[in-house]
Design a protein around this ligand. Structure first.
Ligand code: RIB
Ligand code: CA
Length: 314
């Protein structure tokens, strides 16, 4: 029995972030959460901080430490996504304001100190939002890059294009400069792009199986998903919406659900038209060295079976 994998979850909750966090909470045998670091993204930092603690309290995990990170991208103004997630970022369910405290240490300092303290190559960064905290970590403390085991991120898109602009996916679009730092860092990267998450639709049948769990966390999760998916159902004319962020945690639990290939990814930071585009050299025509494992396929039913089974354990 191997010891649980040490992870830091960097997140901008967001209903789909909440599902990813809940999936991690439900997997203590496989994952040791060293901390949750929050970043501005779907909603401003004040709300992503609140929302992360709402999820912790809903799941009875007030033991998990939450650290506030940066409240804006490295070189651009913040763009948020209340049109998708609602004004609080966790619309859909009525929950009390959290009472658990935020840690006093800044998230960037926490990540740097943790990477320096833990044995090299043992900590995985799981990023669910814009990469602003991670970009600041790598810019301030380049010595920690080789100490990171892996960064598993939800972000980018290639065959599916973008979701916030025709060219860019939201997490990368919000902070393309941070993304550029991460993709040029040499840290092993696993990328869950829209090409994967658009195969993971929260259909009524799938959501009803989560509802059938009958616990309060499952009930709240269903309320969040039913709110979150309405925007994409209208946009794509689909049954349900794509469930993005839990792919990061699912990859750590059951990597065989996913397949992809190592290829070069560069980030557009010059053109406003394609700002934040992940230029994925999937067909290896550029000659540029591979810097990421980009996922392309997923066992959708297997993913939702994992999610539903684990949600039932909380
Ligand atoms: O484009 C989807 C990503 O943007 C998800 O992480 C969602 O939570 C938002 O942050
Ligand atoms: Ca997110």
């Amino acid at each position: 029995m191997t010891s649980p994998r040490k992870i830091i979850i960097d997140t901008d909750p967001g209903q789909d972030d909440a599902a990813a966090i809940m999936l991690a909470f439900a997997s203590p045998g496989e994952l040791e959460i060293l901390g949750i670091t929050v970043v501005a993204g779907n909603v401003p930092l004040r709300l992503t901080s609140r929302n992360a603690r709402v999820v912790c309290e809903l799941c009875g995990r007030t033991d998990v430490k939450v650290y506030e990170g940066v409240d804006r991208p490295m070189r651009r103004d913040l763009v948020t996504a209340e049109h998708v997630h609602g004004k609080t970022g966790l619309d859909g369910a009525e929950l009390p304001e959290p009472t658990m405290a935020v840690q006093s240490e800044h998230a960037v300092d926490f990540i740097i100190e943790t990477l320096r303290k833990e044995p090299a190559g043992t900590v995985t960064l799981c990023t669910l939002g814009p990469l602003s905290n991670i970009g600041n970590v790598l810019e301030r403390a380049p010595d920690v890059a080789p100490r990171i085991r892996e960064i598993v991120m939800m972000g980018g898109g290639y065959f599916e294009g973008g979701n916030i602009t025709p060219a860019a996916e939201f997490n990368i679009y919000v902070d393309p400069h941070a993304a550029e730092i991460v993709f040029r860092s040499g840290v092993p990267l696993v990328v869950m792009p829209l090409d994967v998450t658009h195969q993971l639709m929260t259909t009524k049948a799938r959501v009803s199986r989560i509802a059938a769990i009958g616990t309060r966390p499952a009930k709240v999760m269903v309320e969040w998903l039913e709110f979150f998916e309405r925007f994409d159902e209208e946009k794509y004319g689909s049954d349900g919406g794509p469930l993005h962020d839990p792919t990061v945690i699912a990859y750590l639990l059951e990597p065989e659900l996913f397949s992809g290939r190592d290829c070069n990814v560069e980030i557009e930071t010059a053109s406003e038209l394609t700002m934040g585009m992940t230029v994925v050299d999937w067909w290896r025509v550029s000659g540029r060295p591979a810097n990421a494992r980009v996922m392309r396929n997923v066992d959708s039913d297997g993913f939702f079976a994992l999610l539903t089974d684990r949600f039932s354990r909380i």
